[in-house]
Write a protein of this length. Structure first.
Length: 159
């Protein structure tokens, strides 16, 4: 089995196990909100002579991937998506159970996630908090999501 197939199988298998436990009301709300501004009020620090950009960022394109990032799909991305997103954005979720989530906004595979990095960031990462509409992720989880997305949503950190 090649690595891509193994990754997609792991992602789908984990999704099936967790989807049964996801609370459907956590995804209710209006998908029409497209505010792209980050509202986090952090700043820049220095690490020796190197400035660390901690935002806020006006767009996903400005959000840097930290060189030493250890955040990946296995230790963060998949659990986050299963807990906070796939109750409405899973491919097996249909009709009213999607709570208005567009059918094309589905996060069943890493490829689907990677095709929508900027859209996920605008709605859920760093200081952006319109998804999930019922709340849920902590500020730290949203920061980690921003980092994971900015790094290209690697399956394994450094990939």
């Amino acid at each position: 089995m090649n690595m891509k197939v193994a990754k997609d199988c792991l992602f789908r298998g984990a999704r099936v196990l967790v989807l049964a436990a996801v609370v459907p009301w956590a995804c209710g709300g209006d998908e029409a909100d497209t505010d792209t501004s980050a509202s986090s009020e952090t700043g820049s620090e220095t690490d020796g002579d190197t400035a660390i950009d901690e935002g806020p960022w006006e767009s996903f394109d400005e959000r840097p991937c930290p060189q030493d990032s250890a955040v990946d799909a296995q230790n963060f991305g998949i659990p986050f998506l299963l807990t906070h997103c796939n109750g409405c954005h899973g491919g097996a979720v249909t009709g009213e159970e999607r709570q208005g989530a567009p059918p094309e906004v589905t996060f069943d595979t890493m490829d689907q996630v990677r095709m929508q990095l900027d859209r996920i960031w605008v709605r859920s990462a760093d200081g952006n908090d319109t998804m999930p509409p019922a709340g849920g992720p902590t500020d730290e989880e949203r920061r980690m999501l921003g980092e994971w997305l900015a790094c290209g949503a690697p399956f394994v950190a450094g990939e």
